[in-house]
Ligand binder design. Structure first.
Ligand code: KIV
Length: 257
C-alpha cells in the first residue's frame, strides 16, 4: 500500500473524512482544497447525461472525465468508479482497472458489491491497485432505491460483506443508504474508514454528489442537503449578460480590441 492510502486509513477515529464527487477540472480544483477524497463517480451518468441509471456509463466516459478531474486534484485522494460490466471477472477487472489508473493517474478505483466481488478485489489489490468498496444501495445493480438494513437478514449480509471486503484488501468502504445503527456497527467493526452517503453521522466520513449540494441537480433524496443555489446564480448571471447584450452595454471598449 502506498503512503497516501496508508495516511487515508489512519484518518479513522480522528477527524471526519470529507469527500465529494467531481466530473471536471474546474469543480475538482475548488473542492480539492477542502476534501480528503475526490470521487469521479459514475453518478455522472444521471447527473450529466440524464441516463436513467448508471448502467449505461462506459469506461471511456469515466476515463475522459477523470483526465479532466486529475488536472484539478492536487492534494486529495482521487478515486474513480469502475462502471457497470467492467469488472465481471478478475481478468476483466484487472485489465480495466489498469487502464483507468494508467490513463487517468488516479490513486484508486471503486467498485460496488459484496461477497461476489471478493476474488476480484483480491486480484486488484495483489496487483497493487488500491480499491475502495461500496455496500448498501448499489446503483449499478439496484432494482429499487430503498434504504438497506431494515431486515435482519439484510443487515447480517451487509455486515458480513463489510468484513469480507476488508479482508480482501479494500482501503475504505462507501456505505450508501444504510440504516443508522447498522452503519454504526459496521464502522465500529472494521478497521478501515467508512464513508457514508445517506448512512448517518456514525460513518468515518461523508460523501455527497457535488451537483446535489450546489443545487444544480434536481434530486430530492432525503440524504441530500442543498448548501448553495448555484442554479440561481447561473440564471441571474445569464440574465444580466442577456440584458447587457440587448442594451448594447456589453462589450464596452474595455472588453474590445
Ligand atoms: O457515483 C457516485 O457518485 C457514488 C457516490 C454517490 C458515492 O458512488
Amino acid at each position: 500500500m502506498n503512503s497516501k492510502i496508508i495516511n487515508f486509513i489512519k484518518r479513522k477515529n480522528k477527524s471526519k473524512i470529507i469527500s465529494l464527487t467531481a466530473y471536471s477540472k474546474n469543480i475538482a480544483s475548488i473542492i480539492d482544497k477542502h476534501c480528503d477524497l475526490v470521487l469521479v463517480g459514475d453518478s455522472l451518468g444521471s447527473v450529466l447525461y440524464n441516463f436513467s441509471s448508471t448502467k449505461k456509463v462506459t469506461l471511456d466516459m469515466m476515463i475522459e472525465h477523470s483526465k479532466s478531474v486529475r488536472m484539478g486534484v492536487k492534494k486529495s485522494l482521487m478515486v474513480v468508479d469502475m462502471p457497470h460490466n467492467t469488472y465481471r471477472t478478475p481478468r476483466e477487472a484487472l485489465r480495466n482497472a489498469k487502464k483507468i489508473i494508467s490513463k487517468t493517474k488516479c490513486d484508486a478505483v471503486k467498485l460496488e458489491g459484496g461477497k461476489k466481488f471478493v476474488q476480484i478485489i483480491k486480484t486488484l489489490t495483489k496487483n497493487k491497485i488500491p480499491v475502495m468498496g461500496h455496500l448498501g444501495l448499489l446503483p449499478q445493480s439496484a432494482i429499487n432505491f430503498k434504504f438497506k438494513g431494515k431486515e435482519t437478514k439484510e443487515r447480517k449480509t451487509i455486515l458480513r460483506d463489510s468484513k469480507l471486503l476488508e479482508e480482501a484488501g479494500v482501503f475504505s468502504i462507501v456505505l450508501e443508504c444504510i440504516e443508522s445503527s447498522l452503519a454504526k456497527e459496521i464502522t465500529k467493526t472494521i478497521k478501515i474508514p467508512t464513508i457514508g452517503i445517506g448512512a448517518s453521522v456514525h460513518c468515518d466520513g461523508q460523501v455527497l454528489v457535488t451537483d446535489d449540494l450546489m443545487g444544480l441537480n434536481k434530486i430530492k433524496a432525503r440524504f441530500v442537503k442543498k448548501y448553495a443555489n448555484i442554479e440561481k446564480q447561473i440564471n441571474d448571471a445569464t440574465l444580466k449578460f442577456k440584458k447587457d447584450v440587448l442594451k448594447r452595454k456589453f462589450p464596452t471598449k474595455k472588453h474590445s480590441y
